[in-house]
Design a protein around this ligand. Structure first.
Ligand code: FNR
Length: 188
């Protein structure tokens, strides 16, 4: 198989984000033929259709970053059982202007970590609905709802639990296989 590039979104803007820690762990456990680059959402203004005729540099950079990769992955907490505002704002930017949706047919996966026991399950369903409308090709299985504890996840992304490590390694292998399947029939 060839090498695939993955752009990843960390949904949280927190300087102590557990989802950023999870993103480091996933990179360490990924198959060697995946390459990763973060797609930052931090500096985007709030989207308005008024920008459609002239996107600001942050919006242009976002769309260029997505078009430069083979696939995207979302690593995000849930806020109040839904998508974080900053992440939804980035998705809205990428989906427009009308007819220039950056997510059209792109291979996608969603994962998230929470300090709560259900591990972002509800927020992920909201995100899945949004990405379905954006016509992304989502990996539907395996799902990954991560209950974060500092005993399992080291700050540098090392994992101190063999079952969790094996689960996430398999998750990343399945994502690579998903990318390969999608791009075989829908090359970018
Ligand atoms: C939360 N948190 C949270 N957790 C959860 O499991 N379900 C939820 O709906 C919410 N809602 C929520 C709203 C707001 C405004 C905040 C600030 C927090 C807790 C959340 O899981 C926790 O803060 C995580 O650490 C957030 O992930 P990051 O930012 O550390 O990656």
């Amino acid at each position: 198989m060839r090498t695939y590039t993955v752009g990843y979104f960390v949904g949280s803007l927190s300087s102590t984000s557990i989802n950023r820690i999870l993103s480091k762990a996933l990179i360490q456990l990924a198959p060697q033929d995946l390459e990763f680059t973060e797609i930052s959402i931090r500096d985007l203004p709030l989207y308005s259709p008024d920008y459609d005729t002239h996107y600001p540099p942050e919006g242009v950079a976002l769309k260029e970053a997505i078009s430069a990769v083979d696939a995207v992955r979302f690593i995000s907490p849930e806020y109040n059982r839904s998508i974080l505002g900053a992440l939804k704002n980035a998705i809205d930017w990428a989906s427009r202007p009308w007819g220039q949706n950056s997510f059209d047919h792109i291979p996608t996966a969603i994962i998230g970590a929470s300090i709560g026991a259900i591990g972002t399950a509800v927020g992920q369903q909201s995100l899945r609905a949004v990405m379905a409308f954006c016509n992304a090709r989502q990996m539907t299985a395996p799902e990954a709802y991560i209950h974060y504890t500092p005993e399992v996840f080291g700050d540098d992304g090392t994992i101190h639990n063999a079952d969790t490590e094996e689960f996430l390694r398999n998750y990343m292998t399945e994502f690579r296989n998903h990318i390969h399947r999608v791009l075989t029939v829908l090359p970018r």
